[in-house]
Design a binder for this molecule. Sequence first.
Ligand code: CTP
Length: 403
Amino acid sequence: METQNRLGSRIAFGVCGGIAAYKAAESVRLLSQAGHDVHTITTQWGARFIGPLTLEALSGNPCISSDAIDGSMRHIALMREVDLLLVAPLTAETLAKFAHGHADHLLTQSYLAFRGPVVVFPAMNTAMLEHPATQRNLDQLRADGVRVILGESGALACGETGPGRMAEPELIAEVVESVLTQPLPGLKGARVLVTAGPTREALDPVRYLTNRSSGRMGLALARALRNAGAIVTLVHGPINERLPWGTENVAVTSAAQMADAVLSRADDQDVLVLCAAVADYAPVYAAQKLKKDQFDGQLKLNRTQDILASLGQRKRTDQILVGFAAESENVTANARRKLESKNLDLIFANDISRPDGGFEGTENALFALGPNGFCMDLGHHSKTELATQITSIINTKRTTGTL
Ligand code: CTP
């Protein structure tokens, strides 16, 4: 089975002189922790905002500082060896130099000397960002093949609120992972819809029924499929986790809303992966708050639509439909029954009676089942690792038609 390359890569990490440089430290730490070999290059002003010693301690490699020029040409040698150049923060000044091909210091020279992928994370005052000159320079970088990732609007160090903040370190690490991961042939350009999280069924204006799903397995799947090159739509219930970057994220609350969101998009998809813990029953809604002296303690519940089963009934032969099964006994036998009764191509089953049974945690243990008796124990791993395995199984199914 073809797998994605997740081995550590060599990254050149440029740091310019802006207050957001403090986020570079955490970003370097996250990338090093993920197994990458990070080499930092600071501009003269960058080194005044964040000490090279900090970057050296966090990366485990010497920092190349623009105010410590020697004749060694270390930066040119480095650019021959790295897989990616990342600049965070990228200031308006260095952006303009990149756009015009200046080579006045070590970071601008490194940019010109590099033939691989470049990702930049601009950070500046909102007016500076919105100025036509800056926008022109950003467009020039995009036209030159550079990926430009802007942060969310928010409070800026200058006291204003608006766009211009640098992306958060977790987002920087996620973008790097996505740029460095090898696409898979069966998923590159494929349209994939993933559902994640619980649904929430209101019983009156203040109360609802829900379940323990954290949404982490579905989020990990959306990320792994995006890394494999798929165009991912994520339909998610109420979750407290950071949503993926580079996917279309559709927020819903109830099972009925999830059914609408999924079924209205289903025909455009090549693959549908239904990982959400959808409520099987919804209470009859009381428009006014239920008062305890008028409530008899009985809730009337109605079945919700089984989204997966509905998709199984209308599935095209060129679509792949993937379900999940949470079982507390006879795990593989019950999962196989669901695979067949819901007309699925694949089902991933977990044993929720185990202490590590999947809900809420960051790890899970899964079995993969498919037609013709296909059954594979994926073992107990982090949800991120399991998502990579599931992605590679779906890729095999797409490329070979079998498992
Ligand atoms: N599912 C769905 N719509 C529902 C309920 C479930 O699409 N209303 C999907 C889930 O996303 C999952 C699969 O069905 O992919 C299995 O859900 P599960 O609750 O384990 O099984 P059920 O078929 O609902 O059966 P049971 O609860 O009896 O085990």
